[in-house]
Design a protein around this ligand. Structure first.
Ligand SMILES: O=C(O)[C@@H](COP(=O)(O)O)OP(=O)(O)O
Length: 258
């Protein structure tokens, strides 16, 4: 029986989503379209009568900006927002900054799909010589995490994302939900996919075909053990949502659709 509602949201389109580059732990802001997606998402949630008591975000601006815009559009700017690196996007290692279509031309679409959607495969780690290494690891936001900076990931599979996310989910998010608070998690494509895998009991194989579009709220209905009791609902115009999913999938093609 459905006892709790939980909302997951992949942030609105970021500048590097538009350029088809692996963004991951690089702190890109929302694009113009992304700003609008976040506002539209807030308006839709308001129209449908949903209200949040608490919002969780990653430490990356695109998820925080999205949360703010959603709350503003709902007229609920006062709702507390709690941030953690444990909701950050999957660390794409040495792939960070690279263009997916160019990687597909160089390594093949199958390899890019394995890097993007497999459960167990970790991409090559980011090296200190990588152009974005210092920008990431010298960033002040990572000095006050619950792990020392040197223990932060240098690359992650989806499984490794779930391994670092689950302790936070169990210790910090679950107690709030169990107290009856309606929670929005404003995060990323892969941190949301990892959580979905856990909550819906998706197999290692089947998670490869789950893709989340930007700016579309995902409603989950959970039982008293916080397991999903119904298929997830992506809220909004279903034709547009299917097109948005295809667009994300096609980003890994050698010549992506425009
Ligand atoms: O890191 C990135 O570039 C994307 C995900 O990329 P894919 O796994 O879809 O390639 O993450 P997000 O835009 O959700 O923060």
């Amino acid at each position: 029986m459905s006892k709790y509602k939980l909302f997951l949201l992949r942030h609105g389109e970021g500048a590097w989503n538009k350029e088809n580059r692996f963004c991951s732990w690089v702190d890109q802001k929302l694009s113009e379209d992304g700003l609008k997606e976040a506002q539209d998402c807030g308006r839709l949630l308001k129209e449908q009568g949903y209200k949040f008591d608490l919002v969780f975000t990653s430490l990356l601006s695109r998820s925080i900006q999205t949360a703010w815009l959603v709350l503003e559009a709902m007229g609920h700017e006062w709702v507390p927002v709690i941030k953690s690196w444990r909701l950050n996007e999957r660390h794409y290692g040495s792939l960070i900054g690279l263009n997916r279509a160019e990687m597909a031309k160089e390594h093949g679409e199958e390899q890019v799909k394995v890097w993007r959607r497999s459960y167990n495969v970790t991409p090559p780690p980011i090296e200190e010589s990588h152009p974005y290494f210092l920008e990431i690891y010298n960033d002040r936001r990572y000095t006050s995490c619950d792990v020392p900076k040197e223990n932060l990931p240098r690359a992650e599979s989806l499984k490794e994302v779930l391994d670092r996310l689950l302790p936070y989910w169990d210790s910090t998010v679950v107690p709030e939900i169990k107290q009856g608070r309606t929670v929005l998690i404003s995060a990323h494509g892969n941190s949301c996919r990892a959580l979905l895998k856990h909550l819906e009991g998706i197999s290692d194989k089947d998670i490869a075909s789950v893709t989340l579009p930007t700016g579309i709220p995902v409603l989950l209905e959970l039982d008293e053990n916080l397991k999903a009791v119904k298929p997830r609902q992506l809220l909004g115009d279903q034709v547009k949502i299917q097109a948005a999913i295809k667009k994300v999938e096609d980003q890994g093609k050698a010549i992506p659709s425009t």
